[in-house]
Design a protein around this ligand. Sequence first.
Ligand SMILES: Cc1cc2nc3c(=O)[nH]c(=O)nc-3n(C[C@H](O)[C@H](O)[C@H](O)COP(=O)(O)O)c2cc1C
Length: 220
Amino acid sequence: MDRDLKDYRRSYEKYFLKEENLPASPFELFTQWFKEVEDAGGVEEANAMTFSTIGVDGYPKSRIVLLKQYDERGFVFYTNYSSDKAQAIAKNANVCISFFWPNLERQVIIKGTIAKTTEEESISYYKSRPRGSQLGAWTSDQSEIITSRSILDDKLKMLEAKYEGKEIPKPPHWGGYRVSPVSIEFWQGRPNRLHDRILFSINKLTEETETKWEYVRLAP
Ligand SMILES: Cc1cc2nc3c(=O)[nH]c(=O)nc-3n(C[C@H](O)[C@H](O)[C@H](O)COP(=O)(O)O)c2cc1C
């Protein structure tokens, strides 16, 4: 390796997080940050997020998935319901998602519980996908061991022929998950490694209580 990672150093000084500017809802702040990140440019897929589960083997595992929708109910992505991550979720619904937006020196970390979206939501999103992606969902037994690449290519060809000129139904093993947050941390890079960290946590005393978010500042 030519370059010494110890010499990689950047000072973060673009933005700051002040209590007096915070909206009451972390979703509002998320929306504001997402827009600013997109408007600033330089991040290819701002909706790419690191999604972490505790696996059935007891190890945490993270992988990237794409955020496809969010509102006060939570953050939605789509995947295979038989995949490794789905098996992890079935065992432990406590998960974490995080975003890193280097263009604005920002990180967002969301902890929450996960549940499948409704079948209607999954079908509606599946229908909006390009045909190639629709067929891909049928083609891949996500996370299973395969003996060669040609298994996928052959299966795709077979499915293309099968569904030629026809609507492709959503596979039963494919759909969405929604992460309902219990906490959302907003991290803004600042000079001298003295970053701003604001942690919103949900304060819900009973099922009937209206959801109320509270925040604290964390040391960087
Ligand atoms: C930029 C990017 C976006 C991705 N988006 C998704 C996605 O939305 N859904 C998905 O199932 N996998 C997505 N993947 C693939 C996952 O990272 C992962 O390989 C796959 O879901 C299998 O994970 P698992 O075996 O832990 O279940 C994406 C990968 C990258 C790099």
